[in-house]
Design a binder for this molecule. Structure first.
Ligand SMILES: [Zn+2]
Ligand SMILES: [Zn+2]
Length: 304
């Protein structure tokens, strides 16, 4: 366990020189799959991480195939920018045409890798009505997981990620306003999974929050709580004996934490994959009395 303290902005370049937004690269799901496969080696959750790796590879195939996704009109984009609204918010866009096909394609892609019980669970996606899929997707997007089909949720979430990542990849950074709330994605308004300290070029050493839905990343200074803006008493936790790639940034004001994934410690580190591989750190934080503020759609649980 560690408690290094940093002041906000201590290691940041002067404001104005900073790339505030990182839109998703074209090979994002492939890189994620490769990192998951690497993390799965000798891991107690190896089978689970390999399953998610397979899901991510199938996401990449769907993304490469160019899923249907129409950007909002130029007029709408300008309006969103002027009013500081995220242009790809699901409430404004609705569910993309063809997303049911993406969900079924992903389910078929991962089914063979699952034991019999898991294969049965995916039947609800393959055989389910479009209306049922839409209802599940809307609940996931609303963060209302009480009535969600827990076995189907990771695949449904993965399908939505494909469409929104495809949209975010096409948007012009100039169409995206600085967010009013630094805890929500400026592109689509969703919550972050975790945050990541990036390496290379102008972003070197900067911390970005990674969107759970559209895979965009936005800059938030280090040593500052993204959930409530507090910067006093921020403390860091990590698991003893690990390589320090993942730390939990905890806030005493709102009692939440968000993980910081250090690409500067491992260039392959990924804000989603490394989050899943450090569930033990979440257990530690829970015991310490902190609530997680990040959402990982590969790991949405319904009621026990
Ligand atoms: Zn987003
Ligand atoms: Zn806070």
């Amino acid at each position: 366990m560690t408690t290094t303290l940093l002041q906000p902005g201590e290691i940041e370049a002067a404001a104005g020189d900073i790339p505030e937004l990182r839109l998703p690269p074209a090979d994002i799901f492939l890189a994620r799959a490769q990192r998951l496969e690497q993390l799965a080696e000798g891991h107690t959750l190896g089978d689970y991480l390999r399953f998610v790796a397979r899901l991510a590879r199938t996401q990449q195939e769907s993304l490469d195939a160019g899923p249907s996704a129409a950007l909002p009109s130029a007029e709408r984009l300008a309006q969103c920018r002027d009013y500081q609204m995220p242009p790809l918010a699901p409430a404004g866009l609705g569910l993309p045409t063809g997303w049911h096909d993406t969900a079924r394609r992903l389910a078929r892609g991962v089914r063979a890798a699952l034991p019999a019980v898991g294969q049965t669970a995916l039947g609800s996606i393959l055989a389910g009505e479009d209306a049922w899929l839409d209802a599940q997707a809307m609940q996931l997007l609303d963060g209302n997981i009480q009535d969600i089909d827990a076995a189907a949720a990771p695949v449904i979430g993965a399908a939505l990620q494909v469409h929104w990542t495809h949209l975010a990849h096409q948007i012009e950074p100039g169409h995206v306003a600085q967010p009013e709330h630094p805890n929500l994605c400026p592109v689509c308004g969703s919550h972050p999974v975790s945050s990541v300290v990036r390496i290379g070029g102008a972003k070197n050493g900067l911390r970005y929050l990674h969107c759970a839905l559209c895979s965009s990343e936005w800059h938030v200074v280090r040593a500052k709580c993204s959930n409530c803006d507090n910067s006093k008493g921020i403390a860091y936790y990590h698991l003893e004996g690990d390589d320090n790639v993942v730390r939990a940034e905890s806030c005493p004001a709102c009692q939440t934490y968000l993980k910081v994934i250090h690409q500067d410690k491992n260039p392959m580190a990924d804000p989603v994959a490394d989050d899943l591989a450090t569930l033990t750190l979440d257990l530690l934080m829970d015991e310490t009395g902190f609530t997680r503020s990040g959402i990982n759609w590969y790991l949405i649980h319904g009621p026990a």
